[in-house]
Design a protein around this ligand. Structure first.
Ligand code: SAM
Ligand code: SF4
Ligand code: SF4
Length: 377
């Protein structure tokens, strides 16, 4: 078999290529990486563009006029994404999440959803198919996305306060449009719906309780996420992280909550139920989730791969380089060759940045990383 794992650096960073994975890729079996972690979850970023300029992700000064956005020919075509997804599914992936940038900016996204929704596991079961969005375009797209086969959405919303939200999103957008998107998604049946809040000290920690009050009773799973030192989070400092234990303490001062058992192995959120009128957990009210990516890393269970819009495969949110799958695809590789590339890359994976963060040298911690807007959250 010819060698088919060329590696390319992230286009804007000019990083040196990583070492090639070595060793034989297991044949046909479900994959485990070098630390024994399966491949279960594929995040597919479909665009590098966004209509927000969140200060911690795509700050306006770094993504101003003149920024070199990708050309359409650089993006994976929907058929290419679907073909790759099919290969990943054959190797164990059961959950696909569409992300970006802002995925709803990718024209004709419903066509991709239709193609992905038609994929089946080797046992013939449908996959979990979800999308993460800032919600601004959701009100008018929710029904079409659902009809195309999307099952669930996660909507990002960091504040309800108009002025604060406008500052955070960097373009002056109001939370009202996002709330309308959430309502439309609920009405279209894109459930269970999650709302993600990235909590940053000195920014939106005062929104924890108002957000909880707003969503209690809506059926929504509200998830508070620790602010991470991901690419895009320029000038990140540990002092800006509000540990989940502090978020929980704030919530418990206002609302009685009951811990919930994990719904699935490897679940990233610690979950809590609202108590209903009788003092019993009431799932109809929704739930709270805490994602402690910084203070309690879950690398030992991380089964996620990330595919960028231009076809690079990243093995960690904090990766500095990606494996070039687009060139493999476009070189005329067979499905068997694509499969061998994926198997070799995943089998050699040993990434666990968050688990190592505190023991890494300052240089390693500050290594230039791809942005969250490039490989999704
Ligand atoms: N544009 C869509 C959105 O905002 O939902 C999808 C892409 S965005 C990169 C995915 C998620 O990553 C969002 O929920 C965002 O809040 C989160 N995110 C971005 N930068 C982050 C950081 N430094 N720490 C924690 N979460 C971050
Ligand atoms: Fe855009 Fe999402 Fe990044 Fe905000 S977090 S800038 S909405 S990609
Ligand atoms: Fe997974 Fe990397 Fe995050 Fe650890 S730091 S949980 S390996 S993405």
């Amino acid at each position: 078999m010819r060698r088919i794992i060329p590696i390319a650096p992230h286009r804007t960073r000019g990083l040196p290529p990583p070492a090639m994975p070595t060793g034989a890729a297991p044949d046909g079996a479900l994959l485990r990486d070098a630390l024994g972690r399966p491949l279960r979850d594929l995040r597919i970023s479909v665009t590098d563009r966004c209509n927000f300029r969140c200060s911690y992700c795509m700050p306006a000064e770094a993504f101003a006029h003149g920024h070199a956005w990708m050309q359409h020919s650089e993006l994976l075509r929907f058929e290419e994404i679907t073909r790759l997804a099919r290969c990943f599914v054959a190797r164990g992936v059961r959950k696909l999440r569409i992300t970006g940038g802002e995925p709803l900016l990718r024209r004709g996204l419903e066509r991709l959803i239709e193609q992905l929704a038609a994929l089946r596991t080797p046992d013939g079961a449908p996959l979990e198919l979800a999308l993460t969005t800032n919600g601004t375009l959701l009100a008018r797209r929710a029904r079409a996305l659902k009809d195309a086969g999307l099952q669930r959405v996660t909507v990002s919303l960091d504040a309800l306060d108009e002025a604060l939200f406008a500052r955070i999103n960097g373009v002056g957008a109001s939370p009202r449009g996002v709330l309308e998107g959430i309502d439309a998604a609920l009405a279209a049946g894109l459930v269970p719906l999650k709302v993600n809040v990235v909590v940053r000290r000195g920014s939106n920690e005062g929104q924890i309780v108002p957000l909880a009050r707003h969503f209690r009773g809506s059926g929504v799973a509200l998830r508070f996420i620790e602010y991470m030192d991901a690419g895009g989070a320029h000038g990140w400092r540990m002092a800006q992280v509000v540990p989940s234990v502090q978020v929980l303490a704030r919530l418990q001062r206002e609302f009685p909550l009951a811990p919930l058992a994990p719904a699935a192995p490897g679940e990233t959120a610690t979950r809590y139920a609202w108590l209903g009128a009788g003092g019993q957990p009431d799932a109809r009210l929704g739930e709270i989730g805490l994602i402690s990516s910084v203070t309690q890393p879950f690398c030992h269970e991380c089964c996620r791969a990330r595919l960028s819009m231009d076809g690079k495969l990243f093995l960690c949110l904090f990766a500095t380089q990606g494996y070039e799958l687009r060139d493999v695809l476009r070189s005329g590789a067979s499905d068997a060759e694509l499969d061998a590339a994926i198997a070799a890359i995943w089998s050699a994976r040993h990434d666990r940045y968050s688990a190592l963060r505190t023991s890494l040298s300052p240089e390693a911690r500050q290594a230039p990383r791809v942005g969250m807007s490039y490989i999704g959250g």
